[in-house]
Design a protein around this ligand. Sequence first.
Ligand code: HEM
Length: 119
Amino acid sequence: MIPLVSGLALLVLLIGLAVRREHPDVHIAFMLTAFGLDLALLGWIEVTRHPMARALAPTAPSVWLHAALSLAVVTGYLTMIGLGQRLWNGRPLSRSVHRHIGTLFLALRCVDWVTTFWV
Ligand code: HEM
């Protein structure tokens, strides 16, 4: 269930990425939808599995790694939304930063998805 929903959010991100040039408005909508999906999934996991408590208690390194990656992904989303807003508001200097951090973010999000199979 968790890998499935997380994989769906990743798919939405990749579709949003694919349409970025022709339809920037659709790009934004898809990226924000993926963020909403990931947040909803994190909320559901926190309520049902208490990952924070598990990560703070002695636990398998894989659970700790997944928790750390998920935290980094949420920070990445917030960074990308801030950079995207600047770009949308016509600040062209933000473009290469948005692109480079976006590429890093997507790589991180892919690794995070792989770790959902371990928890
Ligand atoms: C996780 C979220 C996001 C990722 C990974 C991402 C990634 C990217 C990438 C790689 C590009 C191509 C840049 C280039 O080739 O120069 C791009 C373009 C763009 N993004 Fe994002 N983005 C995200 C979210 C957002 C958000 C939230 C906004 C707006 C609020 C936004 C606005 C834009 C705009 C306006 C463009 C330029 C489209 C164009 O005219 O070519 N992005 N994004």
